[in-house]
Structures are given as structure tokens and as C-alpha cells.
Design a protein around this ligand. Structure first.
Ligand SMILES: [Zn+2]
Length: 377
């Protein structure tokens, strides 16, 4: 077997292919090979060392005007998608009157955002349990692309009806039948029994109880809930600054206990930031990135810094396998129901990247084969 290469030559300006033995390869072609190999190596490295594609399961946004800022922050943290939760005015506007009001306006805003950025955002509108139109509204939002429901009825500021009140049963049934998840704010200290009654009556309902179900200081009770209700999930967000500071410190001070908890329940924990994106001057893109960095540091690092805390914090230093579950696989599971498209969308995106990389690799290999041909004698 003798290795030959093909050289593009010109005779009186007319191109033709000429074969030459390998030992006569001119330097020009050698250097081209080097460039191709390097390019190939870079492409391969880029496709195999990519970071996680994080799904942020807990975010609020004032209006579509803030979407660009949030997307820019998400891009810096490798957050590919964010769930936007319908919010009452009091969550978003500092001058709003208290009470569960103004949420319809925010719901409509979320639908607008998800229509404009279907690959980046998922809408979970909210309803008022006392509203007679609540089920019709929910069905309408689902038709418009909403993939879940947000409930605040287990929040001490908005609690007006028992969580297991029969007025909510048609909503829970609709969600359960259609595999639509609820992000259900429940204060686990106060309303645990009512919450358990809902979970018992609707065992197939997928429920995410944010902020560790407010039980991060009573981890044994949280373990018991997760153990007894396989469709129950939690998210790691803590909420406003004082809660975030207290939360990251609690985990830092009880690292081993929380590490064990995260390892035991890695298939039931979700990433969430709860930054509440508004037009408030404080809430710049950098601020949003900093909040995400606190949570990412908490999960990934052995030691890390969070911009709101002076001292260095102990992180959970979770394994890649567990991080992938929290960032990617658990959201996939949650949205694998009928109403959900996130998995398809996400896979499409991944397939696009892999597809483009493959095309580039094939073209490069083709070019290499073009320049060097192996010929049997
Ligand atoms: Zn929230």
C-alpha cells in the first residue's frame, strides 16, 4: 500500500487533479492539515466539554420589557430555559396594594413572553382559588401554551381557603388528568396537613413545592414528605435577599446533612433562582447573574462566594450525575406529560448543536480525505 495525495494543479489556467507520493507533500499542505486537525480537535472538545444546560424552574418577571435582560443573564449562567410564574402585583411592584390582585395582567404578560421566546421561557400562570372562573381561565392559558400552574394559596400572605377545599378539586383533577404540574407555594410549617390531604386525594398530581417547602430547617419532615409522595418535588430557591442569605448560610453550616439529603433525593430536586425580574434599578443583568451564581456555587462547589454574603461558604460539591438530574433530567420528567413540550424543544436544540457539529466534522474529514487519499496498490 502506498499513500498518495491529490494536488490541485493548473495547466494554462485550467484546474486538474494530480496524484503525488506522500513523501513529496509540500509544506503548504502539511500546514493546512495541521490547521484542520486543530480545528477538528477544538470542535470535538467543544461538543464534549459543554456545561450543563440548566432549566431554572422558578422565576417571576414584571413584563416583556425585562425579557431581554433576563435572557442575557441566563446566557451567562448556561440557563437554557426558565419557568415564569404568574404573580400578583405585590410581588412585582413595590407600591402595589397588598392582597392577591393584578395577577391576570401578569399572566397575560407571560403568555406574550412565551409566544415571543418559545425556546427560552415556559409559562405557569396563576389563579385565585376563590375565583369562579378559575378553571376556565386555566384551560384558556393551557390552550395558549402554558405548561403549568402557580398557586400561592399556601403562602401565609395569600392564604384564604384551605388547600384541600373542595372548590379547588376540579382544578386539581384537571391538572392531574392532563399531567400538568403545579408550582405550589406551601408553608410546610403551617399547612402541612392540608397539603398532605391534597397529595393523598390526587396521587398522580405533579407538585413542586418551592423553597424546600419552607422546611429547610426541618429536613426530617421534608424527607418524610418526599418519601411518602413520589410525585412531589422541591426547588432550591430561597426567595428575597434575607431568605437567600439565611438559606445559603444554613446549607453551609450543615453541609454534610444537606449533601446527604441532596444525594438521597437528587431525582426530586429542581434548580430555581426566584430573582423576581422587575424594572427596579437594583435588578440589573449583573444582579441576576450574581443570584444564579449563588445557587450554582451552592450546588457545584466545595467552597464558594455569594455576593450577598461576606464570608466564604461551604457548597454541596454534588456529583456530575446529581447535578445533571437537578438541572436537566428532573425538569424533563416533570414536563414529559401530555401538556408539555419542553423536552421536545430542548432535544431539538441539542440535536441542532450536535447536527451542526457533525456537519462541520464531516466536511473537515471530507476535506482531509480530499487532500490525502489512501490508495491500495
Ligand atoms: Zn417565587
Amino acid at each position: 500500500m502506498q499513500i498518495k495525495y491529490i494536488k490541485l494543479s493548473y495547466f494554462s489556467g485550467i484546474p486538474f487533479l494530480e496524484t503525488k507520493p506522500l513523501n513529496n507533500i509540500p509544506k503548504k499542505i502539511y500546514s493546512m492539515e495541521k490547521i484542520f486537525s486543530l480545528f477538528l480537535a477544538v470542535i470535538l472538545l467543544a461538543s464534549y466539554s459543554s456545561a450543563y444546560s440548566i432549566v431554572n424552574m422558578h422565576e417571576h418577571i414584571m413584563s416583556i420589557s425585562e425579557a431581554g435582560k433576563l435572557i442575557a443573564a441566563m446566557d451567562e449562567n448556561n440557563i437554557t430555559k426558565a419557568v415564569l410564574l404568574g404573580s400578583p402585583a405585590i410581588t412585582l411592584y413595590s407600591n402595589a396594594e397588598p392582597g392577591f390582585k393584578g395577577y391576570d395582567k401578569n399572566n397575560d404578560e407571560l403568555i406574550k413572553i412565551t409566544e415571543k421566546y418559545p425556546d427560552r421561557f415556559i409559562a405557569f400562570p396563576t389563579i385565585d382559588p376563590k375565583d369562579n372562573q378559575k378553571l376556565d381561565k386555566l384551560k384558556d392559558y393551557t390552550k395558549k401554551g402554558a405548561k403549568g400552574l402557580k398557586l400561592y394559596s399556601g403562602h401565609t400572605d395569600f392564604y384564604e381557603l384551605a388547600l384541600n377545599d373542595s372548590k379547588m378539586h376540579p382544578v386539581y383533577s384537571y391538572l392531574e388528568e392532563n399531567n400538568i404540574p403545579i408550582m405550589f407555594h406551601v408553608n410546610g410549617h403551617k399547612y402541612k396537613d392540608e397539603f398532605k390531604a391534597v397529595l393523598n386525594d390526587f396521587p398522580d398530581l405533579v407538585v413542586i413545592c418551592p423553597h424546600f417547602c419552607l422546611l429547610s430547617s426541618r429536613i426530617d419532615e421534608l424527607r418524610e414528605l418526599l418519601h411518602n409522595y413520589p410525585n412531589l418535588y422541591i426547588d432550591v430557591s430561597f426567595g428575597r435577599d434575607p431568605f437567600l442569605i439565611a438559606g445559603v448560610k444554613r446549607l453551609s453550616n450543615n453541609k454534610e446533612e444537606f449533601k446527604k439529603f441532596f444525594e438521597d433525593y437528587s431525582d426530586r430536586i429542581l434548580f430555581g433562582t426566584d430573582s423576581v425580574v422587575t424594572d427596579n434599578q437594583k435588578k440589573t443583568k449583573e444582579w441576576l447573574v450574581n443570584v444564579s451564581d449563588c445557587y450554582i456555587g451552592m450546588l457545584e462547589k466545595e467552597k464558594y462566594g455569594c455576593f450577598l454574603v461576606e464570608e466564604e461558604l461551604e457548597g454541596l460539591d454534588l456529583s456530575e450525575e446529581n447535578l445533571k438530574k437537578i438541572y436537566e433530567d428532573n425538569p424533563k420528567k416533570i414536563f414529559s406529560g401530555k401538556a408539555a413540550q419542553i423536552n421536545a424543544k430542548k432535544d431539538e436544540n441539542t440535536n441542532f448543536v450536535v447536527g451542526i457539529s457533525s456537519i462541520i466534522i464531516v466536511v473537515l474529514v471530507g476535506l482531509l480525505v480530499y487532500f490525502i487519499t489512501i490508495k491500495r496498490k
